[in-house]
Write a protein that binds this ligand. Structure first.
Ligand SMILES: Nc1ncnc2c1ncn2[C@@H]1O[C@H](COP(=O)(O)OP(=O)(O)OP(=O)(O)O)[C@@H](O)[C@H]1O
Length: 265
């Protein structure tokens, strides 16, 4: 069995993960196994700790305590090896603004040690599938928000990683490109790879993911197969609101009694 095809070992194993920023506890001792070969959604309200968690898992932010294993390797003991096995599309992605999209892929491909001809072959296909061929010779500084997401995704996929981490991958992406991205990701997970993505858009998570983890105030509130986490609720959105304790008091109340209505007051 190939390592990528090892479905018994979790893609990611997080144990006792902690992070504080001054007085603020951002991630509060998380234990979590994320299964391999699944499309996994990490959801939670603003400030829940999703980005902090993903940053620690992907070797971008050192935890205060705890360990992270990806495909059986400890991220913070062997970050270079782990980074060769993962692809990351982080929040607030920084790109080389003065390269064209095509140059970025060529450069990153060579940095990853992929032979030049193979880099060009993969870049051609990724640019085509993501509808970026027309913009391949444009400088990245001139890309739109959605185009930046798409070139970032191409860069994250170029080395055919075992596990792909995506922070809000569909933000700013048009519906046609979103459909193409879905197709790429579905094909990728069908081959045994794992996608872990964070999003606030519950309909999207519900339609894409087969496994979810719900975070709130630095803790995991629920995790497991989508149907299990959704439980009796009629949608993931409702289950989510229950889980994060936003069911009551989330509707309109009298706190904004000045908004709208009589403007003569
Ligand atoms: N660099 C930092 N310095 C200080 N506090 C931080 C820092 N990064 C995150 N935090 C705090 O940690 C908590 C978790 O933030 P995080 O960005 O991980 O949440 P999130 O779930 O990704 O939120 P969102 O959905 O809004 O992106 C928040 O209270 C945030 O203010």
């Amino acid at each position: 069995m190939t390592e990528t095809g090892n479905q018994d070992r979790p893609a990611v194993r997080v144990t006792g993960l902690w992070k504080t920023f001054g007085e603020q506890v951002a991630v509060s001792g998380i234990d979590l196994d994320l299964p391999a070969g699944r499309f996994i959604g990490l959801v939670g309200p603003n400030g829940a700790g999703k980005t902090t968690t993903l940053s620690m898992i992907t070797g971008l932010l050192r935890p205060d305590a705890g360990t992270v294993e990806i495909a059986g390797r400890e991220v913070w003991q062997d970050p270079v090896d782990v980074k060769s096995r993962i692809g990351v599309l982080p929040e607030g992605l920084r790109l080389f603004e003065r390269l064209t999209g095509r140059e970025l892929l060529s450069y990153l491909g060579r940095l990853r040690g992929i032979p030049a001809a193979e880099v060009e072959r993969r870049a051609d296909q990724l640019l085509d599938v993501l509808d970026l061929l027309g913009a391949q010779n444009k400088l990245i500084v001139d890309y739109s928000t959605g185009m930046r997401k798409k070139i970032g995704l191409a860069a994250a996929l170029l080395h055919n990683p075992e596990v792909l981490f995506l922070d809000e991958p569909f933000e700013g992406v048009d519906p046609v490109s979103a459909q193409n991205i879905r197709g790429v990701l579905e094909r990728y997970t069908a081959s045994g790879a794992t996608v872990i993505f964070s999003s606030h858009v519950m309909e999207l998570v519900e339609s894409l993911c087969d496994w979810v983890a719900v975070m709130a105030t630095g803790r995991i509130r629920a995790h497991g197969p989508l149907a299990e986490v959704r439980g009796e609720a009629d949608s993931l959105q409702h289950a989510f609101l229950e889980l994060v304790g936003a069911g009551a008091g989330a509707g309109p109340d009298d706190r904004l009694d000045w908004l709208g209505g009589d403007r003569d007051r």
